[in-house]
Design a protein around this ligand. Structure first.
Ligand SMILES: C[S@@+](CC[C@H](N)C(=O)[O-])C[C@H]1O[C@@H](n2cnc3c(N)ncnc32)[C@H](O)[C@@H]1O
Length: 354
């Protein structure tokens, strides 16, 4: 909702002059009514007007209710001052555009380490068509928390273009690397289709090639930037899904050791081109083979730690059932009961900082 900042701030400032709790409560109720009725006097005009601010109506009403329900005049004035500050001060950090003066408004941003996301965002060009793509909420969450508008984001395993679509929607420049030409073409088409709906002008680059061998310094020079502000990696979980016959495809690595060594090389390369104090997210799952759980996630995480990254968080995310497994639920349950193991229902997101 767009509101007139001056109207509300002046209204609240006037209340600070009174010591009459009942009068303040009456006035606060009047203001809530004006807001709930979308009264013209308090409505903003457009975002180009510096006096119009975009604010969540729930947040505003909650803050006013808190002022109204508070028992002492000192506390009431404290909350009024806090709301005036929230409406007038913008407090952001170096790594995102979140206004900490209004932190309660960011309800959609997850801060817990267990992500139970039931429904995939399928708005615009987002779709589950590419086998092995991640849900758009993953890059969405990270872009909001770890990047600012205009930052540069690198996705080393682009696939169908989910990250770059989110970059485009949120006003971040994005670079994606994909080994297969046909998949890069699919990503390009998805990005274009989405751009027709959500238009924020950003730079979007797709590089067709092997992300482990790529010369990232040349890429930076070509883009005329010094570093990336965020890197996201969603590699094949070794050979769980075979993406192509190309021997350079990580899903064709012929042993766990080869897979880990390649991921280690990549970790070192992205470390070099990530801006200091910035973040990197690795999305990966484990695998089960010959009666043994292989902790691919933790083994790959260790490769990143060996290359200088600091671990900031381990997120456990519920696992989208793959198309293959969805029809075999019963069979997997039987196998688990008979074989003494648990069926995969989660994957990891390791969050690192340089
Ligand atoms: C798990 S998928 C990524 C899906 C992506 N996050 C999405 O939402 O569509 C991994 C992708 O990495 C690609 N790939 C595999 N080995 C690669 C390599 N060495 N360099 C670049 N891309 C590679 C595969 O073709 C596949 O599209």
């Amino acid at each position: 909702m767009l509101i007139q900042r001056t109207f509300i701030v002046d209204f609240l400032t006037a209340l600070l002059k009174s010591d009459d709790i009942n009068l303040i409560r009456l006035e606060i109720n009047k203001l809530k009514e004006l807001i709930n009725n979308n009264e013209f006097a308090i409505m903003g005009t457009n975002l180009d007007d510096p006096d119009s601010i975009d604010i969540s109506i729930n947040y505003l009403i909650d803050e006013l209710s808190q002022i109204h329900d508070t028992k002492t005049i000192e506390r009431i004035k404290y909350y009024i001052n806090r709301l005036i500050k929230a409406l007038t001060v913008v407090k952001t950090t170096k790594i995102n555009d979140i206004n900490l003066a209004r932190w309660k408004e960011y309800e959609e941003i997850i801060t817990d380490s267990l992500w139970m996301i039931d429904r995939r965002d399928s708005s615009g060009a987002h779709n589950a068509g590419y086998w092995g793509n991640f849900i758009p909420q993953i890059p969405h969450q990270f872009l909001k928390r770890y990047t600012k508008k205009g930052d540069w984001v690198l996705d080393t395993f682009l696939g169908s273009g989910t990250t770059l679509i989110e970059c485009q929607r949120l006003g971040r420049n994005g670079v994606g690397i994909e080994l297969q030409q046909s998949v890069a073409d699919l990503a390009q088409a998805n990005i274009q289709r989405d751009n027709d709906i959500f238009t924020i002008p950003v730079k979007t680059e797709i590089v067709i090639g092997n992300s482990i061998e790529l010369d990232y310094l040349t890429l930076l020079r070509k883009l005329e930037i010094e570093s990336f502000q965020f890197v996201i990696l969603h590699p094949p979980y070794w050979d769980i899904i075979k993406f192509s016959d190309d021997p350079e495809d990580l899903s064709n690595a012929n042993s766990k050791e080869v897979f880990l060594s390649k991921m280690g090389t990549l970790a070192g390369k992205v470390f070099e081109v990530l801006e200091r104090d910035r973040y990197c997210a690795l999305v990966i799952g484990d695998k089960y083979s010959s009666g043994e759980w292989i902790p691919l996630g933790f083994l790959t995480m260790q490769e990143f730690l060996n290359r200088g990254f600091t671990l900031k968080s381990i997120i456990i995310k519920n696992f989208d059932e793959t198309k293959g497994k969805i029809n075999q639920k019963e069979l997997w349950r039987y196998r688990a009961l008979a074989g003494g193991f648990y069926v995969f229902k989660h994957e990891y997101i390791f969050l690192f900082k340089k």
